[in-house]
Design a protein around this ligand. Structure first.
Ligand SMILES: Cc1cc2nc3c(=O)[nH]c(=O)nc-3n(C[C@H](O)[C@H](O)[C@H](O)COP(=O)(O)OP(=O)(O)OC[C@H]3O[C@@H](n4cnc5c(N)ncnc54)[C@H](O)[C@@H]3O)c2cc1C
Length: 343
């Protein structure tokens, strides 16, 4: 490689765009290629939670990796500042029956995170329309949020400002480039260039958006609600094995019921549904780093936490691309790591 490394990034989701930005900042000559419309992917419809605490507390698969999730979150303030992405650091809430709240609070505290019980008045201040069945809840600090579609647009602008070029169409090879970064989400189409994509399995997810007032993320055992633009988003289904983006009325109905349990006013309110596909590995962590194929790097497989993990994935991929030290989390994210069962 002479002069600036030429890097082709396949995919303009959160992982591809963040990687492209960091690669350009590290001195690479970067082109992002994407066949779809901007934001028409999992990154564009996501709820935008940057939530190491509740994700680790509520999801046993990623609980052992709380340190890694928290490290990824801690990269966000610097990234947000240079891209103009707004971070909402309002403490996140959880509501549910007493036993669920007690277990969840115990998990939060076991992580060493900051969590405490809150009274009805505090729930109402953050979520004025919350169901009267919830007399108390809990709050955690350390889980943040962004608006996914706005963040994607901001990343794209920042990447362009850093000199990243954009072109349309599906990548088929990395010919003409020193490195190819495969950031194609749940797609297996580049598996011939990156055999480690075989570890990715799809998990389809639906999310609903409607109007209403909400000032904090609200978690519950069946659904979560987040502020979204001027309204509320309620998510999200987890449909393992499904890789299509068709709207399924059964899943919409279940999410709507979850929405109504949290906010009775949403039972009949108009809500729009969107669906997209997450890519997941068997250990719950993404593939970030080199493929066994020469010159190919992978940035994919971030499951429910692609926005949270994007700066860490991009940092590791960039370090590998420019021959720098990839840092303490690189081994856990290495696409060549052994998996005990197929993802
Ligand atoms: C309903 C829902 C809610 C979510 N909520 C959250 C949340 O609150 N917090 C969080 O952190 N994460 C959340 N996620 C997960 C998060 O959205 C994903 O982990 C993340 O968006 C994955 O980003 P990505 O860049 O890997 O993939 P994607 O966003 O899917 O982007 C991949 C891109 O690659 C492109 N592509 C495919 N094939 C090619 C090719 N051959 N050449 C070039 N480009 C190609 C696709 O068109 C696509 O644009 C949510 C996901 C869903 C579905």
């Amino acid at each position: 490689m002479n002069g600036r490394p030429k890097v082709l990034v396949a995919g303009a989701g959160a992982l591809g765009l963040t990687s492209a930005l960091l690669l350009a900042e590290a001195g690479c000559e970067v082109v992002v290629q994407e066949p779809g419309a901007p934001g028409d992917n999992a990154s564009g419809i996501a709820a935008g939670m940057l939530a190491p605490v509740f994700e680790a507390a509520l999801d046993p698969l990623v609980r052992p990796h709380f340190d890694l999730l928290a490290a990824a979150r801690d990269l966000w303030p610097a990234l947000a500042e240079r891209t103009g992405i707004a971070l909402d650091r309002t403490p996140a809430l959880a509501v549910g029956d007493a036993a669920w709240l007690e277990t969840t609070l115990a998990q939060v505290r076991q992580l060493g995170a900051d969590g405490h019980a809150v009274a009805r008045a505090e729930l109402e201040a953050a979520a004025p329309q919350i169901s009267p069945t919830f007399r108390e809840g809990l709050a955690v600090g350390g889980d943040w949020r962004l608006e996914a579609d706005a963040a994607l647009a901001a990343l794209r602008r920042a990447a362009a400002d850093a000199g990243v070029g954009f072109r349309a169409g599906a990548v088929q090879s990395g010919q003409g480039f020193d490195r190819l970064v495969v950031a194609t989400g749940a797609s297996h189409v580049l598996i011939g260039l990156a055999p480690e994509l075989a570890q990715l399995s799809p998990i389809k997810g639906h999310i609903l958006r409607g109007s209403g007032t909400l000032r904090a993320v609200v978690r519950s055992s069946g659904a979560y609600a987040v502020p979204s633009g001027a309204g509320i988003a309620v998510g999200a289904s987890m449909e393992p094995g499904l890789a299509d983006r068709r709207i399924d009325s059964g899943q919409v109905g279940r999410l709507r019921a979850g929405a109504a349990r949290l906010f009775p006013a949403l039972a009949e309110a108009p809500m729009t549904a969107a669906a997209a596909v997450r890519a997941a590995t068997a250990d719950g962590l993404p593939l970030a780093g080199p493929s066994l194929s020469p010159k190919v790097l992978i940035a994919a497989g971030a499951r429910r936490n692609g926005w949270l993990l994007a700066p860490l994935v991009a940092q590791v991929v960039t370090a590998w691309a420019v021959g720098a030290e990839p840092g303490p989390y690189a081994a856990r994210l290495d696409p060549r790591r052994p998996f005990s069962s197929p993802g």
